[in-house]
Write a protein that binds this ligand. Structure first.
Ligand code: NDP
Ligand code: MG
Length: 386
């Protein structure tokens, strides 16, 4: 029996790499659903090649184009965000890969869980915004959440066979991004072109900027809290510029396990899609003599404030991380449109966290409201700054 996969965000960096994994293992996987935001041409190309039963193009303006292009195939075409929540419920889907970017991934993930689908989770924002809700729904509906993020996949891999051994702490590795070692004065003038040049990973624009500000690591700290049921004090971050150790787990006897490999998202994607089995792959192998020196540094939380802000949100609990996420999404978008500077990103988040109403025990509705209110506030703040 093949595993039937739905990919939310198949046209993105994770989505296209997942399709490479699936193409390399046609006897293991089949594709049930593909979805895209804007990129109709690539979605059409993917649909013709992988023959899903259903596709969704979120931007309705491209609906007719996609429908016409796929009219001679037996593929249903839908448009709009509403279609995302219904396609994931399809009976024959075994696993949903959430590879959309940002808050938009939350609602389809909730629907997939409620329909009993296992989740291969790339869309970390879902757990950042509503980790408590998502993990309790997963328990309630007997659904597994397999991490795709390389650090969390590393920890997940280190935990295999350790079910009865409590975690003392985890150590998330961070490359440090393109501005590692730079100071405040330098960061004040960096451009989006500089920020988009990640030293080790090729990823979508939003996560690449998040990596440059260290917000990505902050989001990953929160993601780890929910995936592995940890306290903030059990989650350390260490800068490891070579990105060979993808993360580590320290157990109660002091032993530390690390998962290593070349930086390549296809491995964690494949592990999440086919857990607990390791598929033979043709991915390039790690040659240790190419990396004679693996180094480690403390992150600079004063210059890269976003990581400290994420820890603060984690300690605050409630809707604090939802506020941080929404403000960050708006600020990153504004930075990518040259509306604000690199350092303004943290200011927008700090001001939003101070201003938006705190909710201690949020419902789904509270998250929706918090997200909207924060986006409005952060957008207005940016208008004033411009
Ligand atoms: P990309 O920007 O490359 O891709 C995002 C995908 O989501 C595209 O298919 C895009 O469609 C679609 N999309 C974007 N916005 C919407 C929307 N509002 N509604 C519906 N679809 C939408 O992102 P990445 O692949 O880099 O990242 C995806 C997720 O995975 C993020 O949450 C990221 O943090 C996480 N992740 C990514 C890693 C990486 O290496 N890239 C590593 C670890 C985690 P289109 O392009 O057609 O508009
Ligand atoms: Mg990561």
């Amino acid at each position: 029996m093949k595993k039937n996969v739905a990919i939310l965000g198949s046209t993105g960096s994770i989505g296209t790499q997942a399709l490479e994994v699936i193409e390399a293992n046609p006897e293991v996987f089949s594709i049930s659903v593909l979805t895209a935001g804007e990129n109709a041409d690539l979605l059409i190309e993917q649909a013709v090649k992988f023959r899903p039963e259903e596709v969704v193009i979120c931007n309705h303006a491209h609906f007719e184009k996609v429908k016409a292009a796929l009219s001679s195939f037996n593929i249903k075409v839908y448009s709009g965000a509403g279609a995302l929540v219904s396609v994931v419920e399809k009976e024959n889907i075994d696993i949903v890969l959430t590879a959309m970017v940002g808050y938009a991934g939350l609602l389809p993930t909730i629907h997939a869980i409620k329909a009993g689908k296992d989740i291969a989770l790339a869309n970390k924002e879902t757990l950042v915004v509503a980790g408590e809700l998502i993990t309790s729904l997963a328990k309630q509906f007997g659904v597994k959440i397999y991490p795709v993020d390389s650090e969390h996949s590393a920890i997940f891999q280190c935990l295999a066979g350790e079910e009865n051994n409590p975690i003392e702490k985890i150590i998330l590795t961070a490359s440090g991004g393109p501005f590692r070692g730079k100071d405040h004065a330098f960061l004040a003038n960096v451009t989006k072109q500089q920020a988009l040049k990640h030293p080790n990973w090729s990823m979508g624009a939003k996560i690449t900027i998040d990596s440059a500000t260290l917000m990505n690591k902050g989001l990953e700290v929160i993601e780890a809290k929910w995936l592995f049921d940890l306290q903030a004090s059990q989650i350390d971050v260490i800068v490891h510029p070579q990105s060979i150790i993808h993360s580590m787990v320290q157990f109660e006897d002091g032993s530390v396990k690390a998962q290593m490999g070349l930086p390549d998202m296809k491995l964690p994607i494949q592990y999440a899609l086919h857990y607990p089995f390791r598929l033979k792959s043709a991915f390039p192998r790690l040659n240790f003599t190419d990396y004679p020196c693996l180094t480690f540094e403390k992150p600079d939380l004063e210059t890269f404030r976003n990581l400290a802000i994420a820890y603060e949100a984690l300690e605050k609990k409630g809707n604090a991380a939802c506020i941080v996420n929404a403000a960050n999404e708006i600020a990153v978008e504004a930075f990518l449109h040259d509306k604000i500077g690199f350092l303004d990103i943290s200011d927008v988040i700090v001001e939003s966290l101070a201003k938006i109403e705190y909710v201690g025990n949020p419902s789904y509705f509270d998250y929706v409201q918090t997200n909207e209110a924060t986006r409005r506030f952060a957008s207005e703040l940016i208008q004033v700054k411009v």
